[in-house]
Design a protein around this ligand. Structure first.
Ligand code: SF4
Ligand code: SF4
Length: 127
């Protein structure tokens, strides 16, 4: 089962917001997450990761959440994919998402992915 709201909206998911219209696909959130977790500048350790498809200027992020669902933030909007549910094409970088740790909001501190996003695409708050 998946939920896909209107294109271009700012969507609130538990404690992380993403404005998909702002994401440039730079991957800074992914590296920042990996560093705060394990002290490594890595693209294989984060709870958030770059989402890519074989299309020009098409990118976004995937965020693994504590309930096991995935937040897919892409140009067409946000999609929440539940465990075992359909994922609509594309691939995260490197390490498969199911092998990564879920986002714990940096242990309740200030989320690094939000702080390091150069486009202010990510924010904290909400439900
Ligand atoms: S809030 Fe922290 S743990 Fe969650 S994705 Fe961002 S950097 Fe990673
Ligand atoms: S840091 Fe921000 S702009 Fe860069 S990939 Fe992550 S959400 Fe997108």
């Amino acid at each position: 089962m998946c939920h896909q709201p209107d294109i271009g909206t700012v969507v609130s998911v538990p404690q992380i917001h993403m404005d998909t219209s702002k994401c440039s696909g730079c991957g800074a959130c992914e590296v920042a997450c990996a560093f705060q977790r394990e002290g490594l500048f890595s693209t294989v350790r984060g709870s958030v990761m770059l989402h890519m498809e074989d299309r020009v200027d098409y990118f976004g992020i995937v965020l693994k959440r504590l309930d096991g669902s995935m937040l897919l933030g892409r140009p067409e909007g946000i999609e929440i994919v539940t465990p075992g549910g359909p994922a609509s094409g594309g691939a995260a970088t490197s390490k498969p998402v199911m092998l990564r740790e879920p986002c714990d909001l940096c242990g309740g501190g200030d989320p690094w992915c939000v702080a390091f996003c150069p486009r202010d695409a990510l924010s904290v708050g909400g439900d």
